[in-house]
Design a protein around this ligand. Structure first.
Ligand code: NIG
Ligand code: FE
Length: 412
């Protein structure tokens, strides 16, 4: 056993409901707190001095100065395995060019597919691990990573194998997701249905065989896959034993409904979700994931997180870090900005980046500092947890602990 502290505040996120709105008064804040760890799990949270006197022979990991601790963050939606860069797309979009003009001049998702196919495995691995390290420096210890820039069996499997290799090089938990249904690739000779069928017959069985991912994602949108073919695909992917998540309602409404109907674990984006579908989501167990990084990258409106929470939905916030629509990757900055525009309480934002995001990934062993949960937590050098969102990402995490072990020293 090991006792870590004292912390000015330990924000546990204990006793908060999985769904719906939260007030900051509901947050449990342990003042002058300590975290008692047994192996890699939380044994007890309480006043540091009391824990110390009750556990006289435990090793003490003394915290210097004024620090606070809270559960390590979970980023439940990223595309951080990719080759190349789309700075030119960004510049063209800001210069007023349309989606079609950008695609015609060699940009868009297809350009990332070409760069990712051309990149060597070593290069992809190196840049993926660098991005994981950046996310960990923000206090994130669990990261979902999608394929989706390979778009044929060889290259999708290459991406997923690289994500698996990255797991061997990091202490963070990586959750891989197969997004072969990101777009029908330009070099596929056949219809959308035929491509989706190809994923079902030529990609997913191998993903399963090599245990490369347990989750399947699809981009349902006018420019990608259409509602009926997508639903059919998702039902079949589910029958193969995969959990489902959907890129839904990004520009046009309707697909979050499909996500709920197929029992998806999450419906992500939702910038264009209509009120009726907000209620439909709120009545389900499908997590509604806001991706403010994509709104900021594209200059689109934010996900209606306030309305979703008021209606009783389970709301998560994730970075969507990708080379096209969300190049920033700083989840804390994005969540803080979303909170300002959508009027979200600190409790709602912290829940959305911890246990609610963990639920979206079916991980129920993390996201709160309570007995039995993983001892994954992040510390900040500040006396007050409100400063994290107030500083909009410029207050750097001090240390990240995973399974009770310090991973990161002083914001390095
Ligand atoms: O989540 N919307 C579709 N997919 C990504 C964008 C990927 C890209 O532009 O490369 C997203 O925003
Ligand atoms: Fe995405």
């Amino acid at each position: 056993m090991k006792l870590i502290g004292p912390f000015k505040q330990v924000v546990t996120l204990a006793n908060l409901p999985l769904r719906g709105k939260l007030s900051d008064e509901q947050l449990e804040v342990i003042v002058d707190g300590g975290i008692l760890i047994n192996q890699d799990k939380i044994q007890q949270i309480g006043n540091f001095e009391i824990l110390k006197s009750e556990n006289q022979h435990v090793e003490i990991d003394a915290i210097e100065g004024e620090q606070i601790a809270l559960p390590a963050f979970v980023d439940s939606h990223t595309h951080i395995c990719f080759g190349g860069n789309r700075a030119n797309d960004f510049a063209m979009r800001n210069a007023g060019k349309t989606y079609l003009e950008i695609a015609e001049s060699g940009g868009g998702i297809w350009s990332s597919v070409q760069h990712t196919r051309e990149a060597s495995g070593e290069e992809l691995l190196k840049t993926l691990v660098e991005r994981i390290d950046f996310l960990m420096s923000l206090g994130i210890a669990t990261i979902e990573v999608k394929s989706g820039y390979g778009l044929d069996a060889e290259n999708e499997l290459k991406m997923l194998r690289i994500i698996k290799r990255a797991q061997e090089q990091t202490k963070a938990t990586l959750v891989p997701t197969c997004l072969s249904a990101h777009l029908k690739p330009r070099d596929f000779d056949g219809s959308n249905e035929e491509y989706l069928n190809y994923i079902l017959t030529d990609i997913l069985p191998k993903v399963k065989e090599e245990n490369l991912a347990k989750r399947v994602d699809i981009f349902i949108e006018k420019s990608a896959f259409q509602p009926v073919e997508s639903k059919d695909f998702l039902v079949k992917a589910k029958e193969l034993g995969f959990e489902i998540t959907v890129h839904a309602d990004q520009f046009t409404p309707g697909s979050s409904r499909i996500a709920v109907e197929v029992g998806a674990r999450s419906a992500d984006h939702l910038e264009a979700t209509i009120d009726e579908d907000i209620d439909f989501l709120a009545a389900s167990d499908t997590v509604a994931t806001a991706l403010p990084g994509a709104s900021l990258g594209l200059g689109e409106k934010f996900t209606p997180a306030r309305k979703l929470l008021d209606a009783g939905a389970i709301v998560a916030i994730a970075s969507d870090w990708n080379p096209g629509s969300a190049p920033m990757g700083n989840l804390i900055t994005q969540a803080s900005i979303l909170a300002t525009f959508e009027k979200l309480t600190t409790a709602e934002v912290l829940a959305a980046m911890t246990f609610r995001a963990a639920f979206a990934l079916s991980l129920e062993d993390r996201g709160r500092l309570v007995q039995g949960q993983n001892a994954d937590f992040v510390t900040f050098k500040t006396p007050n947890f409100q400063n994290i969102l107030y500083n909009q990402g410029s207050l750097k995490a001090e240390n990240v602990y995973i399974g009770g072990n310090k991973i990161q020293e002083h914001g390095e």
